[in-house]
Design a protein around this ligand. Structure first.
Ligand SMILES: O=C(O)CCC(=O)C(=O)O
Length: 342
């Protein structure tokens, strides 16, 4: 296992992560692990209208740009989209971020989070695959907390792009030792909307306000440090992307600016991304960070992430232990154990 992990972390891979803020690693996940994620994504998509955290950003973008169209997010409440519609519409620099060469209104840009809490298969991948050991090693961290998983699906012929953004200010954390692992569940290329990364942007020394993906407009409660308009001037930036197959993963630094095109292809572009934090990361109830749903909020600013909401997934208490099942026994949802239990 150790050899497998280190096999991926060649000197070139470490150098790419350090210099570019992003690295693509090939053949990291097994077909069983990918099936777990695909099954979880299918379940999440079935619950789109009833999930508190599930959105179709393609439909939302239509609601934002059409003044007559009411905002309707079903049961979802993670983002205040009515407020966002007003903010985006009053932002002079905002404009629809749509692919031009597709005219259909049938696209879907599905988003949901935190499948790990209810789905054992997602936990198996997030906690017990090669990823935690590999990421801990890449970050040089003694231990690793799992922050959250997020699902991003673009149906064939989805026009909506993913606005370029930086992840740090979405999370209630401070520190650089955090990565996002983007896991394609279908082959992905620029045509189908694979992720694009601005090389070296993790070293720009900036923290940019979050946006809601359909526009670069910062969410109002966040400090107004706007991400540069990459979509308007792509030639001014050193943008890198990777054609990927299921099993490959792309790991980016929490400060690396990234975005994606729409899906102009006939194929689905399903992806899940995992967020891991190292031992230098501290909790910070940051203004404008996206509120997590169903967390116990038992941490104070400056705390290490030692909370049942952010399980320690590396190192393993002993080799071979599967943490996916342990969470059922010990996590906040365990029977007879209140969420606030230390
Ligand atoms: O898949 C996408 O379109 C967005 C992914 C992303 O921004 C992320 O994983 O941080």
């Amino acid at each position: 296992m150790i050899q497998d992990r280190l096999k991926h972390l060649t000197p070139e891979a470490r150098e790419a992560f350090e210099t570019d803020g992003v690295v693509c690693l090939r053949h990291v996940l097994t077909s069983r692990e990918l099936d777990h994620l695909r099954n979880a994504v299918a379940r999440q998509m079935e619950g789109l209208r009833t999930s508190k955290t599930g959105y179709d950003f393609e439909e939302l973008a239509r609601q934002v740009w059409d003044p007559e169209r009411p905002v309707d997010t079903g049961a979802a409440e993670r983002f205040d989209m009515k407020m966002m519609k007003e903010i985006v519409r009053s932002d002079e620099a905002a404009r629809p971020l749509l692919e031009e060469d597709a005219s259909s209104e049938t696209g879907l840009f599905f988003y949901d989070v935190a499948a790990w809490k209810s789905d054992r298969g997602v936990r198996e991948v997030a906690f017990d695959s090669q990823l935690p050991g590999l990421v801990a090693n890449l970050l040089g961290s003694r231990y690793l907390n799992f922050w959250e998983d997020t699902t991003f699906v673009k149906a064939p012929h989805t026009r909506q792009k993913t606005a370029f953004h930086q992840d740090l200010a979405y999370f209630q954390i401070e520190g650089d030792q955090c990565v996002i692992v983007w896991i394609p569940l279908d082959p992905a290329t620029l045509e189908s909307g694979v992720m694009q990364y601005v090389r070296g942007s993790h070293k720009w020394g900036e923290t940019y306000a979050p946006n809601v993906f359909v526009s670069q407009t910062p969410i109002r409660s966040s400090p107004e440090n706007r991400c540069p308009d990459i979509e308007a001037n792509p030639g001014n930036f050193d943008i890198v992307s990777f054609d990927v197959q299921p099993g490959d993963v792309i790991i980016h630094h929490v400060k690396t600016v990234h975005g994606a095109g729409g899906n102009r292809s006939d194929q689905w572009r399903r992806a899940v991304s995992f967020r891991y934090c190292g031992d230098e990361v501290r909790y910070l109830d940051r203004a404008g960070a996206i509120q997590q749903v169903g967390v116990s909020r038992d941490l104070e600013d400056g705390d290490r992430l030692f909370s049942a909401d952010y399980p320690v997934v590396w190192p393993k208490p002993w080799p071979g232990l599967g943490l996916a099942d342990a969470y059922d026994l010990l996590g906040p949802g365990a029977k007879g154990r209140p969420a606030s239990c230390p």
